[in-house]
Design a protein around this ligand. Structure first.
Ligand code: B12
Ligand code: SF4
Ligand code: SF4
Length: 389
């Protein structure tokens, strides 16, 4: 999932620490000099690292995060595998990853002088909607885009740091910054890299988002995750309909349905991969659905990720009829808005052919004249496929 908006830099100034409030009330000379000392030395902890780390963990639980762990800011072991991944062309057209490849070397590339990385996991698992014409990946079933949900709650969490260490610099990271989030989640001890490349937790499986706060502060650190609990299982590798895994733990984005249906927005989907897309119009969950570690995944943690009524039944006839206005009416403000109308209609045309829905032929015929070449090309292809039935 790639996003172009930059993550938010938050340096919370003006929030008075408990110490400051105490000193203000008691206004004695010693107190003033201590206060000055605190302000002149940003790294002098006003609370011990242990206390602040414990407070952060308690606050994270209160905010609904499922897991929070903390790791020192180091150069991630996944940096060289990342370079190899790009050199093999597996990043497809996600030039925003390649453009910032140097910045991935250390969290300093995102926030200078980062000392600690606070990593959270937020579960979004949800029970499946009734069968409809098309499928949408689970992460997009909620009422709000997960980036905004995570950012909002991470910003609240970051205030815990700034209340006691007013000079701290922190930055909230969800997806967009050049940070290998899965690497830091493993370093913090959240889980291991499954053969499907997902970070998997023994406690909650893999249906979770990762978010992070980079901070200039030192904290108490958790142990990295040791071991790999995939064993001899290969269910995810065998189930991928487009053969997107050239080897275990490596994903070729060019072949992944998630990339094809969400990120590939200005080019047609290659012909040889269209059948494999099956009935997915937005993302794909197959390599997680088959994973035994997800059998007992808990239900979603926040109401924002509860299945929206509008997604319970999705009809190809409606999707293929979308113009900009009706697309916005249906998907505005939801995670699907991000791709725009043309991509969803293009995907819907491919799905119509894949599921053999001949009732869509009149609509597809109209779409061959669509203003978007993405849509008209896919509609022409779909008509050919349906005519062969
Ligand atoms: C680009 C991207 C994609 C791309 C590429 C995915 C990929 N596997 O690389 C596409 C568009 C295909 C995609 C799809 C999805 N994504 Co995405 N994506 C990202 C993003 C923005 C960057 C990932 C990246 O840098 N990839 C490059 C590869 C090389 O790195 P990596 O897979 O993250 O980490 C690997 C290396 O570090 C390597 N490694 C580390 N050390 C070592 C050592 C050795 C020896 C070796 C060999 C390897 C190795 O192993 C890690 C795991 O494979 C991250 C957010 C972020 N900033 O990290 C989200 C992220 C990875 N995506 C996420 C999700 C939820 C998804 C989807 C499930 C969405 C969907 N349902 O459609 C799918 C899952 C597909 C899959 N099986 O991965 C979550 C994953 C959460 C989790 N529990 O793991 C993330 C973290 C977003 C988030 N903030 O929650 N995604
Ligand atoms: S998300 Fe789907 S297409 Fe992508 S690797 Fe997993 S199973 Fe394959
Ligand atoms: S399906 Fe099997 S091999 Fe794949 S990630 Fe899950 S446990 Fe590992």
């Amino acid at each position: 999932m790639g996003y172009s908006k930059s993550s938010l830099l938050i340096v919370v100034n003006g929030i008075r620490s408990r110490e400051q409030a105490f000193f203000d009330r008691n206004a004695c000379p010693a107190a003033t000099s201590q206060q000055e000392l605190l302000q002149s030395n940003p790294h002098m902890p006003s609370q011990t690292d242990d206390q602040l780390s414990e407070e952060l963990k308690a606050k994270a639980t209160e905010l609904g995060f499922d897991i929070i762990r903390i790791t020192p800011a180091i150069s991630p072991p996944g940096y060289h595998p990342l370079l190899e991944w790009m050199a093999n062309g597996y990043a497809a057209d996600m030039e925003w990853i390649q453009r910032r490849k140097d910045a991935y070397q250390h969290p300093d590339g995102v926030l200078p002088e980062t000392r600690s990385v606070i990593v959270v996991a937020l579960n979004y698992h949800n029970s499946a909607p009734p069968k409809s014409d098309v499928r949408i990946s689970r992460y997009a079933w909620g009422s709000e885009d997960y980036h905004s949900v995570l950012r909002r709650n991470l910003k609240k969490l970051a205030t815990t740091i700034h209340q006691t260490r007013p000079q701290a610099k922190s930055r909230v990271v969800v997806d967009t910054a050049p940070l290998l989030e899965r690497d830091f989640a493993r370093l913090a001890g959240i889980g291991w890299f499954g053969k499907n490349t997902m970070l998997i937790s023994r406690d909650i499986g893999s249906w979770f988002f990762i978010g992070a706060i980079l901070t200039s502060e030192t904290l108490s650190y958790d142990e990295p995750f040791q071991g790999d609990f995939c064993g001899s299982c290969t269910k995810c590798l065998d189930a991928c309909p487009t053969d997107a895994f050239p080897e275990p733990h490596v994903l070729d984005a060019n072949r992944c349905i998630s990339y094809l249906t969400i990120e590939r927005r200005d080019k047609p989907i290659p012909d040889d991969l269209r059948k494999g897309i099956g009935d997915w119009i937005f993302g794909c969950d197959i390599c997680q659905e088959v994973c035994p570690w997800n059998r007992f995944a808990p239900s979603e943690s926040l109401p924002e990720f509860r299945l929206r009524d509008e997604l319970k039944q999705l009809d190809l006839l409606e999707l293929l009829s979308f113009d900009e206005a009706s697309f916005q009416l249906r998907f505005g403000g939801t995670p699907l808005e991000r791709t725009g109308r043309d991509v969803i209609v293009r995907n819907a045309a491919i799905v119509a052919a894949n599921v053999g829905k001949t009732e869509t032929l009149p609509l597809l015929q109209t779409l061959t004249q669509d203003g978007s070449p993405l849509v008209s090309e896919a509609a022409t292809w779909a008509i050919q496929q349906l005519s062969d039935i």
